[in-house]
Design a binder for this molecule. Structure first.
Ligand SMILES: NC(=O)c1ccc[n+]([C@@H]2O[C@H](COP(=O)([O-])OP(=O)(O)OC[C@H]3O[C@@H](n4cnc5c(N)ncnc54)[C@H](O)[C@@H]3O)[C@@H](O)[C@H]2O)c1
Length: 316
């Protein structure tokens, strides 16, 4: 099977690429190595993949329709796993136009080309943030999800809707996966597991909103990758599916896990929760379990141990 992975140099993308190569697939990776965070780190993420004869890299931007068309024409992928995006909720408040361009226009390019080239299945990375501050907890896929709190989730919801259009009009098979706070080795430096680990390691104070009361459904990268591969294999018609851990953690307790691992005590400042952030994220994963056999097993204690070990070796 030949699979096109967009955003394949990023955190989730590079783990997905590695897992696909490990099971014998051919992988075509598209990434523009933007500087939202260190491009060197993204190159490092692909160090293992580059040694495989079944791996090819195209350093291009998904906003460049002609370049993307050439990739499809040359590579003729069987399936697409579309992970390239501008991620980061708060950054999207500063750069809404960039988020619209990359996430909405870029995804439209992929949907157009996937349809034109008759790909079997299109897996789209969406986000738990589309649920906004929903009071229906745990979050279920049937919810309207029409009250996003920031540009980023609004663009991701638009991607889900556009994918449905391509399914309806052209029969494109699509699974839109709503990912819940993914963490683990190669994790993004703008996310709390990384930011808190770095601040504690360097003896700096951490910003813990609302006295650490908010809860997040942290989901370990290996569990997420299993879900992504299962969705790529399943060839569902059109489904929106939560991929979370379904065990939300109170943020103050999450900091406690890092304090224990680093044997350091956090110095905390605690402003109110920003308007971009919901108080709770909590995935109902019964649909993922039913359709994909998804069964996340990694606890936050286990996953953060892996993350901190990676951080000390690679990033710290
Ligand atoms: N990490 C999470 O907790 C999380 C949660 C929900 C959803 N997601 C989604 O999962 C996907 C992967 O997220 P991640 O955490 O690995 O982020 P990431 O930033 O590490 O990976 C995204 C990759 O896409 C690439 N990219 C960005 N714009 C591009 C463009 N215009 N053309 C080509 N490549 C481009 C980046 O260089 C990067 O390598 C994203 O779609 C994100 O929105 C992530």
């Amino acid at each position: 099977m030949k699979i096109l992975v967009t955003g394949g140099a990023g955190f989730i993308g590079s783990h997905t690429v590695d897992a696909l190569l490990a099971r014998g697939d051919e992988v075509v990776c598209v990434d523009n190595f933007n500087d939202y965070y260190s491009p060197e780190r993204k190159h490092k993420n692909l160090a293992g993949a580059r040694t495989s004869p079944r791996f090819r890299l195209h350093e291009i931007d998904i906003r460049d329709l002609d370049a993307m068309a050439q990739v499809f024409a040359k590579e003729k992928p069987d399936k697409v796993i579309h992970l390239a995006a501008m991620a980061g909720v708060r950054n999207s408040v500063q750069f809404p136009l960039l988020y619209e361009e990359v996430n909405v226009r870029g995804t439209l390019h992929l949907l157009e080309l996937a349809t034109k080239h008759g790909v079997d299945n299109f897996v789209l990375a969406s986000t738990s943030s589309v649920y906004g501050a929903s009071k229906e907890i745990p979050f279920r896929e049937e919810e309207d999800a029409v009250r996003p709190l920031a540009p980023y989730p609004a663009t991701k919801r638009a991607c889900e809707l556009l994918a449905h259009v391509y399914h309806n009009l052209y029969g494109l098979r699509c699974a839109a996966l709503r990912l819940f706070t993914v963490y683990g080795p190669r994790g993004r430096p703008d996310m709390t597991p990384y930011m808190f680990t770095e601040a504690l390691s360097q003896g700096r104070e951490i910003t813990l909103f609302d006295e650490g009361r908010p809860q997040r459904d942290f989901t370990y990268i290996d569990d997420i990758v299993e879900g992504i591969l299962a969705a790529a294999d399943a060839n569902l018609e059109y489904e929106i599916i939560n991929l979370g851990n379904s065990r939300p953690v109170v943020m103050r307790e999450f900091v406690g896990v890092i304090e224990d691992l680093l044997q350091r005590q956090a110095s905390i400042v605690s402003p109110p929760l920003p308007a971009t952030d919901p108080p709770v994220t909590y995935a109902d994963i019964s649909k993922a379990s039913r359709l994909l056999g998804y069964n996340p097993t990694t606890t936050v204690g286990e996953g953060m141990r892996e993350f901190v070990a990676w951080y000390k070796q690679e990033a710290g």
